[in-house]
Design a protein around this ligand. Structure first.
Ligand SMILES: [Fe+2]
Length: 314
């Protein structure tokens, strides 16, 4: 009998130890669904929900880099609450949804838009907000012009929505997609203002940052739209040159390098690329059934990208 009890105790010890180890490992991992550019495709959100159930996937949170809706500038300035319906559908997949507005979303998703100023040329970004106390219940949150701590192990995300004019690589004066609500100068001012705030928020050398924007930096593969078949004269530039110029500096390439930069907007630019030392991910548009899964792991006192999955719904 005594031998039986000893064996049972030894077995229980190792079993509990293993459970605690697994729990700790899980705590140091994040699985994030990136779903961008829904453009009111409820059908594809439903398909995505089915995909997650079928593949038994659970996400700690969803990141949505904007374009919930299909509003033109006039409609966006009039205000619209269509995004709320999209948000409710996404929350069926994970209750934690962090999002920013795209250029086809209501002005109410921005903290301020130049069009509401008496003189839009004089628009200035509002102060950056920061939620630096970690709360495991992230819930659904608009993070435009904000920082949020998304993991107790010093992982933050900063968001900035909206777009600027997209133009032909071969002719900068040829606007292909009109931006909303910013000009390049205004966007650059807002984005720089957001990034400069990191200097005050960052407290430890291992504090990690994910950038979530609707448009990405100019001159990289994920913000270029190519025609099929390829035609150099039709190639579109949809990123921000000011954001590119800021993030190519030694400060961000070698010292304060973000863990990852996620953007949407350029449906055809889906994929992952390296902007120098900064990895950039564009999941493609969920309106075309495309989405990504980002798996992060905290080990050796720092956050690492385990892998980025790219999926396409049938
Ligand atoms: Fe967009």
């Amino acid at each position: 009998m005594l031998e039986y009890i000893i064996v049972l105790l030894i077995f229980s010890y190792f079993y509990i130890k293993r459970i605690l180890k697994n729990k700790q490992e899980k705590k140091n991992c994040l699985s994030i669904l990136i779903a961008s550019d829904v453009h009111l495709s409820f059908e594809n959100i439903k398909k995505l929900e089915k995909w997650t159930k079928k593949n038994n996937r659970k996400f700690d949170l969803i990141l949505n880099p904007g374009d919930f809706c299909n509003l033109n500038e006039e409609q966006a300035l009039a205000g619209d609450e269509g995004y709320l319906v999209v948000l409710e559908e996404l929350k069926k997949i994970s209750k934690n949804v962090l999002y920013i507005p795209g250029n086809h979303d209501s002005k109410y998703l921005f903290d301020s838009v130049p069009q509401d100023c008496e003189n839009p040329e004089e628009w200035q970004p509002l102060p950056v907000q920061a939620l630096t106390e970690y709360n495991s219940r992230l819930s659904d949150r608009n993070i435009h012009n904000k920082y949020v701590k998304i993991h107790e192990k010093n992982l933050y995300i900063a968001g900035f929505g909206g777009s600027i004019d997209a133009y032909l690589y071969s002719d900068k004066d040829k606007i292909e997609w009109p931006g909303f609500p910013f000009s390049e100068q205004q966007y650059g001012m807002g984005f720089s203002h957001l990034m400069n705030a990191w200097d005050k928020i960052k407290k430890n050398s291992n504090d990690a940052l994910i950038i979530l924007t609707h448009i990405g930096p100019a001159w990289i593969g994920t913000t270029a739209k190519h025609e099929k078949p390829y035609n150099e004269n039709e190639k579109i530039q949809s990123g921000s040159e000011i954001a590119y110029n800021m993030m190519k500096t030694i400060k961000y390439q070698e010292k304060d390098t973000p863990l990852l930069w996620i953007h949407g907007h350029t449906h055809a630019g889906k994929g992952m690329t390296d902007f120098g030392t900064i990895p950039v991910v564009n999941p493609g548009g969920l309106c075309y059934g495309r989405f990504s899964v980002l798996n992060l792991k905290y080990s050796n006192d720092q956050w690492n990208i385990e892998n980025v999955e790219f999926h396409s719904l049938k």
